[in-house]
Each structure stands twice: as C-alpha cells, then as structure tokens.
Ligand binder design. Structure first.
Ligand code: PLP
Length: 405
C-alpha cells in the first residue's frame, strides 16, 4: 500500500490556510534583535504597498518611496547613499555599467538641436556614444583640447548643453584645469559632467571644483574584483538629478542587488587598495622612466605630464594606472611581442581589480582635436596587488627578451 504523503498538506493549518498558501504568505522579516555588519540583500521586482492610498501617493521624484525593484531596493539605495556621500554629492543613480551611466547623461540632458563638447582625451566609447547621437539624433558633438582651461568659454554656443571632462584622460593622462572649465561653463549656464572613474571618487572631489555631474565606472576600484559591471551618476542639483532619473526610468534601466551587495562588500577596503595600487604604480613608473627603451612615462604625478600642476593642486592620489611611450626605434611587432611575453600582466581592458593588466593603444586614431606629440608606441599598465618586485622582474625579463638588452 502506498502512503499518501500529501494528506497533511490538504489539512488547513491553524490560521485556516493550507501549507501552499502559508509558504507564500509567510511574511518573513528580519527578526528584531538580529544585527550583523553586511547590508542585507533585498531582492525584489514587485514592491508591496500597504494600501492603495500609498500606491496612489507615489511621486517619481520622491527618492524615499519604494516603487518597484527596477528603481531601487534597500540594498541599492544603501549603495547609492554611500557613493553620494563619498563624493560629497546629494543624489546617486546606479546603472548596469559605467558606459550606461555615461549614456544616461546624454539621454537625460541632451535633445535634438543641442551641442555637446567632449575632451580629446575622453574614454573612447564616450566619444563613440556622442558620435552616434550626432549621426542619428540631430545633436552636434565637438572635441576640444583637454588643456584648454578657461579657453573653453570661446567654444560654448547658445545651444551647448553639456561639457564632458575626464581628469586625467585614462590613457594619455593629461590633467585638465577642471575648476577653470567648470567656472566658464557655469557662467554660461552649461552643465559639466566628469568621468571621475580614474580617481574612484577618492582622489578627486568634482563638486568641490564646481562640476555638476560625476560619473563613475564602479566596475573598477569600487567593485575591486574584476567581476562586477556597474556605473553611477552622482549629482548635487535636484533638477539635474530628476532629469537623469526620469531618463533612467523611461529606459527601464536597473541593476542587480547581488551586484550591489558585491560592491558594498568591497567599498570598506577601497581606500587601502587604492593607496597600495598607487604606491606600486609609482615604484614601477619611476623605475621605467630610467629605462632606455622608454621615451616617456605618462603619469600625472610626474612633473612633465601635461597638467601636472592641476594634479598637484586638485588630487590627493593617483591609483594604479599609468602609460608609457616606447622609444620610436621599436616596431609595433616588437612591442606586441613584449606585451605577450609578460607573465603577470594580463592583456585586458579596465582596471581596479587585484590583477595587473596591460593594453597597447594607437593614440593618433583616438584623437581628432589635438595632435599627439609622441612617435613611439603607447602601452598602458594597470598595477595590481602582486608583489611589486615580481612585477618589475616580469617587465624587465620581457624588455630584455624582445627589445634587446
Ligand atoms: C574612463 C572610463 N570610464 C568609463 C568606463 C566604462 O565602464 P564600464 O566598463 O563599466 O562600462 C571605462 C571602462 O573601461 C573607463 O575606462
């Protein structure tokens, strides 16, 4: 005879509902008296309203109302709060990548007929995004010399709506005079948006220098593990925040709270990591400058880096990124062989994780407004958390093997 295991489930429980209903309506909350350090992971698509009045009182501008998981849950809200606080901002919005955050600035603030200014040292996909909107959506995009400073005023037209900045450019490392550009823009009613990913919001505080919008690729130091893609837009002005938030809602953009939780887990040690990357990068950059194979080291803390005086004035650190220009006597094939022979430096984009990375760039093809003064090949290094002696030995061995003793 078979036993009927379902029988007890068919019997109503004490509250009159059956097991299947009670398992759905268990209404579990964190018990009072339970405390722990991590921010709880609050996954949700649907958010429940206590009554219809609460639902009908929804105001999309009100950031303290819970509306729908796409827009925020307590986990993503806590990350937004911490990121806004880090940069001294008031509002933060999260995006599924740094590039999606950049895209939100365009779609939130620019419409057909408007004009946008982009520095010649901008992250290439930002340039591509601008070019795409120019081709397909009737805006104009113009590129400017990142060292233009106050001279930006002469480029501003009545229809200029946004000026992008990147400080320093994450490949070529020029450091613009951010306060001068921000002042000139503000005097003419134009918004400034900085890609502040290089500094992670730790080493440069855009709002102290008059910038309106700070974009972060959280993919890098904030995540710290090379395993999360996310971006943020931090702002101080309510109206600018609402325009960006509206665009984000209309485009249906959201982030995974599990990813938020990973970033929240990494934030407490970000400053320590940043400082460790900074020290190791400085050691290697200083050593590379002495090598006969290297024509120039591009590091904002070095005196000959364009905009070094702005770096000294406005930044408190540099992190793990710098580039070198090889002597022009080496062919690209030799440089490629040098890169491929590195054992500890992995070939790959981005930065901010524990592992060292290397990427060659063809800079002349990435610029349109300013001539590139160097003739040799540019290679960007990201210095990870390996022992710096091993990293130096790795580079030295590959230099010897492929570029001669
Ligand atoms: C300067 C800069 N900004 C933004 C981004 C975009 O970040 P994500 O990779 O999250 O789209 C990158 C990515 O490499 C970057 O280098």
């Amino acid at each position: 005879m078979t036993q009927d295991n379902r029988k007890p489930l068919d019997t109503p429980e004490a509250n009159g509902w059956h097991w299947q209903t009670n398992i759905l309506h268990a209404d579990t909350q964190l018990p009072a008296g339970f405390a722990a350090m991590p921010v709880p992971v609050a996954r949700a698509s649907t958010v429940i309203f206590p009554d219809l009045a609460a639902m009908r009182a929804l105001d999309w501008k009100n950031d303290s109302q819970w509306r729908y998981g796409l827009h925020a849950t307590p986990t993503s809200m806590e990350l937004m709060r911490r990121l806004a606080a880090l940069e001294g901002g008031k509002h933060c919005l999260l995006f599924p990548s740094g590039l999606a955050a950049i895209s939100n600035v365009y779609f939130g603030l620019v419409k057909s007929g408007d004009d946008v200014l982009i520095p010649d040292n901008a992250y290439s996909p930002n340039r591509e995004h601008g070019d795409w909107l120019a081709e397909s959506f009737g805006i104009t995009v113009r590129y400017y010399d990142p060292m233009i400073g106050n001279g930006i005023g002469a480029l501003i037209q009545p229809n200029t709506k946004v000026i992008w900045l990147e400080a320093p450019g994450s490949v070529t490392m020029e450091v613009p005079d951010v306060p001068a550009i921000a002042r000139a823009a503000r005097e003419r009613g134009v918004l400034t948006a900085i890609d502040n990913t290089y500094s992670a919001g730790l080493a440069f505080r855009p709002f102290d220098h008059g910038v309106d919008i700070s974009v972060q690729a959280l993919t890098k130091y904030q995540s710290g593990g090379s395993d999360v893609l996310m971006g943020a837009v931090v702002t101080v002005d309510d109206d600018v925040h609402h325009r960006l938030k509206r665009a984000r809602m209309r485009m249906g953009v959201g982030v995974s709270v599990d990813d938020c939780s990973l970033v929240l887990r990494s934030l407490p040690n970000m400053q320590l990591r940043f400082e460790a990357h900074d020290r190791a990068a400085m050691t290697l950059a200083t050593w590379l400058e002495t090598r006969h194979e290297i024509a120039a080291v591009l590091h904002p803390a070095f005196e000959d880096c364009p905009g070094h005086q702005h770096f000294r004035r406005d930044f408190s650190g540099a992190g793990g990124l710098f580039s070198v220009v090889f002597d022009e006597r080496y062919s690209q094939a030799q440089i490629d062989a040098f890169i491929e022979a590195l054992r500890l430096f992995k070939i790959g984009f981005s930065w901010g994780g524990a592992h060292s990375l290397v990427v060659p760039y063809r800079v002349p093809s990435m610029r349109t407004a300013t001539p590139w003064p160097h003739k040799g090949a540019l290679v960007r290094f990201y210095i990870g958390l390996e022992d710096v002696r091993d990293l130096q030995a790795d580079i030295e061995a590959s230099l010897k093997a492929h570029l001669g003793a």
